[in-house]
Ligand binder design. Structure first.
Ligand code: ADP
Ligand code: ZN
Length: 810
């Protein structure tokens, strides 16, 4: 047999290796291996077992690194598709999909157990094994040179523990002590005093507890019986009980917002949508549906029933949400109804937790995985249903290499694994709705809110100051203030949305107009009140606030603009009696903080919640009757063809948080551009109007979904070299295209230009944009240039980033 292996190096393609006899048993797809590569030995992943063909020079696998697979065989075509599409080495794609800590190149270490020490001195143990145990005893924490399979045999005999060297305590199973009855022991004789009188008052209860279960966590015993430790020791000493250690899964749930009651039945529109999804599941083949349900139409309940149906078919489900705090919130709801077969998976979990959840998944112990972007890779062996909630959300785009779009990939994974895919949103992305119009996706509509509750009434306030008041800054309009006051008096809740964190936006010099900028990024610094620092939101650079003008050295800088922190302060002054909370990246940095803020709001311990786009997503707070959008225009100023789409979605989503209870709701939108179509259509709850307008614009300008884009960004600390590399790249792209007489004209190369953020984190930035109607042709072009250029630029200190289907071109 031969193996096809993806090595974890920046190289395209996979390599074939032969399998030596002694490793034959365990070489499964999804396991890591050590292979010779050039003069080195490197790690890789087994992608395929193929019959051995008489090829020349096929090298042998050097070692096997796992005794169980880390991903399923069905995921291989998915990984390979992803590697091709994003022009990224497949070994590194897989590495990025695995939980951190499961390195492609694990440094496994070994330690002897108590039993192992005995075995090392036991003449009945084979000499070879004893030698190995002795070596391990002398070199704790090192990797013996013996093949991994042999180490696994020792571990299975209980003689050694094998750990990954990278943070041994956090990654790898959590070992706990258990206690249980020794073989052949019975409870009754003990209670009858046959083994000696029971002295302690609670001794009978103690023994009953332990004999009742097969094995009990020692920590549970000591929690229930204050003398538990003593009693365990006593009865273990008499041979009645036995202690042992075993792996337990860490429990990542924290107990959150109490989920809404389980509804007795579905409403008609929900029934309709569910029927279609059930039909798709019954066909047992790939299909994609777009569930277009306005905010508050009850999508979650449809998801739940769809998941139930998949589980009843003995298949598994994956439910993705755009944000970690939303995953936590949805998980509460599902775990409440489905119990322990639910796992959460997102980057907010600790390393150990992620590892545990991952292994539960590959082993098939989980039936539903709920998570954010990275849950896309959940290694479920019988995946039947993939749901992407809030599919329009740009958080599905990963901003680090490999720069993938998890919603797009969910559809690909559905196709490669024969699963039913459901994309859900109240404001579908232009791309998904376009696909529905073209009948690539089934469109399922839920146009009404639950119980026919009306969508909230939206009012727009024009914030342009009158002529005589230019230069003065109003944060909150009288209309919004008055509405908030009323809401407070009535004991209702308010959400205020402002998509900018921090305190003051800019420190500006009144005499020369210059602002204080980040030395690494050339963007304006933001004032953070609590820390009293000026901070860069791109690189984290911070400086003290008492600075003078960088250009004229004037000392009195004027502050201008405002962020959430300033807004919170203004509200505290305005409504001293109100209970106000703020939710943004700054206030939720510590683990558990986001959940706490949300829980307090859900429990109505907070009157006003101020926040960035974090609070606009799918939460259901029935007590909210007023939503204020403080500055609707912010997202319009992004240098991005999706600015209009993003603005429409943000406004509609945040407005959708209002009036979800029985009391109705209103929304007040403050804007400088109230005529902009994205704002007008959001105010009118007119998705179709917006879509048609946006579609026309995109078609005229040749933007997605009418074309495919790829952004090539070059970053370097030397300005001249970076520019030179960008020009060289542009030339070689054009040269290749000139050599393709017909098809060359199907791809446009734009640039190189200086990126909209010309300097970031100390690096100068240049970019090229490729635009084409033909995705595979573009991929072909990229494959020709990317790998070679990467290598060449690296020697010049320039880094090349390839962003296929880019979302952020600043
Ligand atoms: P969406 O995700 O579409 O914005 P949700 O799923 O949050 O909407 O549902 C809105 C509210 O309606 C929730 O409070 C939910 O509990 C409730 N709900 C959903 N379906 C039903 C139903 N069939 N009967 C009663 N209440 C329902
Ligand atoms: Zn910076």
């Amino acid at each position: 047999m031969h193996l096809r292996v993806a090595v974890s190096l920046p190289v395209t393609g996979t390599y074939t290796y032969a399998l030596p006899e002694h490793l034959k048993a365990g070489a499964l797809v999804g396991c890591r291996v050590m292979v010779p590569f050039g003069k080195r030995r490197i790690a890789g992943f087994i992608l395929e077992q193929t019959p051995a063909s008489p090829q020349e020079g096929v090298k042998e696998i050097a070692d096997l690194l796992d005794d169980e697979p880390l991903f399923t065989e069905k995921m291989v075509p998915f990984f390979e598709w992803m590697a091709r599409h994003y022009v990224h080495p497949v070994g590194q794609v897989i590495q990025a999909a695995l939980p951190a800590g499961l390195n492609a190149n694990p440094l496994k270490t070994t330690v002897l157990t108590d039993k192992g020490i005995e075995a090392a001195n036991d003449r009945h143990v084979a000499l070879e094994e004893r030698r190995l145990l002795e070596w391990i005893a002398k070199h704790p924490g090192r990797r013996p040179s013996a093949p991994y399979a042999q180490l696994v045999r020792l571990r299975n005999k209980g003689w050694i523990d094998i750990r990954e060297k990278d943070r041994p305590a956090a990654v790898g199973p959590l070992m706990r002590k258990f206690v249980g009855p020794a073989p052949g022991q019975a409870l009754q004789p003990l209670l009858d005093g046959k083994m000696g009188a029971l002295k302690a008052k609670n001794e009978a209860a103690f023994l009953e507890t332990i004999f009742h279960a097969e094995s009990t966590l020692l920590s549970d015993i000591t929690a229930c019986f204050s003398n538990g430790g003593y009693l365990v020791k006593k009865w273990v000493g008499r041979g009645v009980l036995e202690c042992g250690s075993g792996a337990v899964y860490r429990n990542p749930t924290g107990g959150f917002i109490s989920p809404p009651p389980v509804p007795e039945g579905l409403f008609e529109q929900q029934e309709h949508a569910l029927k279609a999804i059930r039909g798709a599941l019954n066909k047992n083949a790939f299909s994609t549906s777009l569930l277009f349900g306005v905010t508050g139409s009850g999508k979650t309940e449809v998801y739940y029933r769809a998941v139930k149906h998949a589980l009843s078919q003995d298949r598994q489900a994956l439910l993705m949400v755009p944000e970690i705090s939303l995953a936590i919130y949805i998980e509460g709801l599902f775990r409440n109804r489905l119990g322990d077969q639910v796992a959460v998976y997102h980057s907010g979990l600790g390393r150990g937790e992620r590892y545990d959840q991952w292994m539960r998944m590959v082993r098939g112990e989980v039936n539903l995985v709920i998570g954010a972007r990275s849950a896309l890779f959940a290694p479920l062996p019988r995946l039947g249903l993939i749901i992407v909630d809030e599919e329009h959300d740009s958080a599905y785009k990963q901003d680090m290499s490999p720069r993938y779009q998890a919603r797009d990939l969910a559809v690909v994974r559905g196709r490669t694994e024969g699963a039913t895919v459901v994309l859900g949103s109240g404001t579908p992305s232009v791309q998904s709705y376009h696909n529905a119009v073209l009948n690539r996706y089934h469109l399922l509509s839920m146009p009404e809110r639950i119980e026919r509750r009306p969508l909230p009434d939206i009012q727009v306030v024009d914030m342009k100051p009158p002529e005589d008041k230019r230069g003065e800054q109003t944060i909150l309009s009288p209309l919004l203030l008055e509405a908030m006051g009323e809401n407070l008096t009535q004991g209702d809740q308010t959400i205020l949305f402002l998509n900018r964190r921090g305190f003051h936006r800019l420190f500006i010099c009144p005499s020369c107009g210059e602002s204080v900028r980040c030395p690494n990024c050339e963007v304006a610094l933001t004032h953070h009140l609590k820390a009293d620092r000026l901070t860069c939101h791109y690189c984290g650079y911070s400086s003290r606030t008492r600075v003078s003008c960088p250009s004229c050295k004037g000392a009195t800088l004027k502050t201008y603009g405002f962020g959430t922190e300033k807004l919170e302060q203004a509200l505290n002054e305005q409504f001293p009696e109100a209970r106000i909370a703020r939710m943004d990246t700054d206030s939720t940095r510590r683990k558990g903080q986001a959940a706490r803020i949300l829980k307090q709001f859900a429990d109505r311990e907070t009157d006003i919640l101020v926040g960035t786009q974090m609070i606009t997503k799918g939460y259901d707070f029935p007590g909210v009757t007023l939503v204020g959008v403080v500055a609707a225009d912010l997202s319009l100023t992004f240098p991005d063809f999706r600015a209009g789409e993003r603005t429409f979605q943000l406004l509609s989503q945040v407005a959708g948080r209002s009036g979800r209870g029985s009391r109705g709701g209103r929304v007040i939108v403050q804007s400088f551009n109230s005529d902009h179509y994205a704002i007008r259509m959001a105010v009118g709850h007119d998705y179709k109007g917006f879509f048609e307008k946006e579609q026309d614009l995109r078609e005229q300008l040749g933007y997605p979904p009418f074309s495919h884009l790829a952004c090539l960004r070059l970053k370097g600390s030397d300005k001249g070299r970076t520019e030179k590399a960008a020009h060289g790249m542009g030339e070689s792209l054009r040269r290749i295209l000139d050599g393709w007489p017909k098809r060359g004209r199907e791809i446009h190369v734009l640039g190189p230009i200086e990126a909209p953020l010309p300097k970031l984190k100390g690096k100068y930035r240049q970019q090229l944009l490729l635009k084409s109607g033909n995705a595979s042709l573009m991929r072909h072009l990229l494959e020709r240039v990317v790998e070679r250029s990467r290598r060449q630029f690296r020697s010049e200190g320039v880094h090349l980033v390839v962003d296929v289907d880019p979302y952020n071109m600043s």
